[in-house]
Design a protein around this ligand. Structure first.
Ligand code: SF4
Length: 310
């Protein structure tokens, strides 16, 4: 026997239809309302997390800035003040670029000798070096080592400068801003972040920090940069921790400290004026006191391959 409901005529069924549609629509609106609320709440939570993250970063950076200032103060006390003076560095930007190529993989003394010998061999200037034979240039810079690699590198830069500017000098970039000079110098083959930063800081007196092996190693051990930050990355990160007028001094001090105390293989921590600030030292000390094995990967500071401090 057919049920009362199935016995209803199609017209009667139609009469029920609008009510059911309205109910499902209402449910749909309610559901999408919940979803909207949920999405809004998620968005607010995300914003909150982002803001908290930004605040944390800001606090962390402020802490590192304070630490960098303390380190710089202690090194100034230990090694004396270091102030940039224009008269200590040559004014010739192209000469500075050549000098930094000559300084690669050799001592300051040897690269200075090679530079002086090059100027002596070609008194007519960089145009003469550009058009000379590569053998003559290599012979002139022999005192600096790797002459057969550096001579063609220097001539390639001089040639590039000549082709771009129609003359063999770089005086026209002197008034450009820091980033424009950095990018321009780095566009020459063989000129990296450190070389460009050296020219900017030493020869033009700009607040740009070159990161060489000493600056990189000491900054990592101190915990001013993380253990996996590369020297190239440190060129952007470290200057943010320093006032412009401390950048030159910080650079010179860290090199001095790396050479005199914070050696690559056996840092002389017992005699270190910034021992209290050093993550590398404090991680080791904590491991010794607690009897735990030395952390092979300290959270910040020295890389694992480095030896125990004396
Ligand atoms: S405490 Fe040791 S590792 Fe740290 S900066 Fe000084 S010499 Fe270098």
């Amino acid at each position: 026997m057919a049920s009362a409901r199935s016995a209803e005529s199609p017209a009667e069924n139609d009469a029920h239809a609008p009510k059911r549609v309205r109910a499902s629509e209402a449910g749909g609106f309610r559901e999408s309302g919940f979803r909207e609320n949920e999405l809004r709440e998620n968005g607010l939570r995300e914003n909150e997390l982002r803001e908290n993250g930004l605040r944390e970063n800001e606090l962390r950076e402020n802490g590192l800035r304070a630490k960098a200032a303390r380190v710089e103060g202690a090194l100034t006390e230990a090694y004396g003040a270091r102030v940039w003076r224009a008269e200590n560095y040559q004014d010739d930007i192209l000469g500075a670029l050549v000098a930094t190529v000559l300084s690669q993989n050799t001592s300051d003394l040897n690269s200075g000798r090679a530079y002086a010998s090059l100027r002596l061999a070609f008194p007519g200037g960089w145009e003469d070096v550009r058009t000379a034979s590569v053998t003559a240039v290599a012979d002139a810079i022999r005192a600096g080592g790797l002459a057969n690699i550096k001579a063609p590198r220097i001539q390639a830069i001089l040639q590039d400068v000549y082709e771009r500017n129609g003359r063999t000098d770089l005086d026209h970039i002197r008034l450009w801003d820091d980033a424009a000079i950095r990018d321009y110098l780095r566009s020459f083959h063989g000129v990296g972040a450190k070389t460009a930063a050296c020219v900017l800081m030493f020869n033009l007196g700009r607040p740009v920090l070159p990161v060489d092996t000493h600056v990189h190693r000491v900054s990592r051990r101190l915990g001013l940069i993380g253990p996996t930050v590369t020297a190239d990355q440190a060129h952007d990160l470290l200057p943010r921790l320093l006032d412009d007028d401390r950048i030159y001094s910080f650079h010179v001090h860290l090199i001095e400290h790396g050479r005199r105390t914070c050696h690559s293989q056996k840092p002389a921590c017992a005699a270190c004026p910034v021992q209290r600030e050093c993550d590398f030292y404090n991680n080791r000390l904590w491991a010794d006191v607690s009897g735990r094995p030395h952390d092979p990967k300290p959270r910040r500071g020295g890389p694992s391959e480095e030896t125990r401090p004396s």
